[in-house]
Ligand binder design. Structure first.
Ligand SMILES: [Zn+2]
Length: 81
């Protein structure tokens, strides 16, 4: 599948599905995995990372916020909630 720029900030279907599943599994408002604050982002790396984090904890784990076009190697993308 060629990667096409569709001009959108839309998350990939995989990431969107993972987020949807994680939200369903959260049973309420998701909270940060590093502290107990309400989560602001969902970190996602296919098959490796699926976790919620707050804005304070997103940057140490992801350098790619809402940008799946060219994610840094080894870093999950962060989808804003
Ligand atoms: Zn946090």
């Amino acid at each position: 599948m060629p990667a096409r720029d569709e001009g959108g900030a839309d998350a990939s279907p995989d990431a969107a599905a993972a987020l949807s599943d994680a939200l369903a599994a959260a049973d309420g408002d998701p909270t940060c995995a590093r502290c107990s604050k309400p989560a602001d982002y969902f970190l996602y790396e296919p098959g490796r990372v699926e976790t919620f984090v707050c804005w304070e904890h997103v940057s140490p784990f992801s350098a790619s916020v809402d940008d799946e076009e060219d994610p840094p190697e080894g870093r999950p993308v962060a989808l804003s909630l």
